[in-house]
Write a protein that binds this ligand. Sequence first.
Ligand code: DGL
Length: 259
Amino acid sequence: MCSAIAVNAPVGVMDSGVGGLTVLKHLTRQLPHEHFRYFADSAYAPYGNKTTAEIQQRCFSIADTLITQGSKALVVACNTATAAAIAAMRERYTLPIIGMEPAVKPAAAASKNGIIGVLATTGTLKSAQFAALLEHYGQGVQVVTQACVGLVECIEQGQLNTPQTVSLLQQYCQPLMAAGADTIVLGCTHYPFVKKQIQEIVGPEVTLIDTGAAVAKRLQQVLEQKKILNTARDAGNFVFLTSGTEETERVMHQLWNAE
Ligand code: DGL
């Protein structure tokens, strides 16, 4: 009886704002029969310059909301929040929680010249989790990191092509190009929304890597292992929630329908 309710329950997906929608795209493609509740914490974005304690508090508050709405699992579709809060969340909640981290491992495997760039938030790059990631998978390659201060704010406003956004992207890609990186990790879930713009700046020879597809596969694995995969044949639904304004809702729909 309980498991019958659980399989039809939604999966909660959370991010500091609209960025996790780039992950939700992959989740809905990989798991078309699942229902999703997506929470954009745009009133509190960006997380990249917040303390660990502040991010943990926000994550608890959102998780409480998504769990109250009946979520059977949570996806933290945010590299910064995963680094700051996923351990504390797993201690506090019993449901499965899937997080994400910059794709250093696949980038190191894909790089031909052994130079990889990582674009991410200050919070992610300063975290102990990222240091551990480099320790495990960054050996034998040169890793050039770049914090993209101010970029999340532009994307939160739906500004993907404005002079300000393009100028920030040029500024942040420049050191990676100067170092000769042939592979660049998009280490923040907001950045795939400007993937085309980044590709134009760095050129077609450079490979850009993000983690959305890997997170979707991981969620499927976990739902299968826990026997809570939705086996219904009909299409799942998704609902957008936000701590932001009506403008946030407009941007969410703009970005969701953009591709
Ligand atoms: N989307 C986020 C990430 O993946 C966080 C951006 C922010 O709020 O600074 O890191």
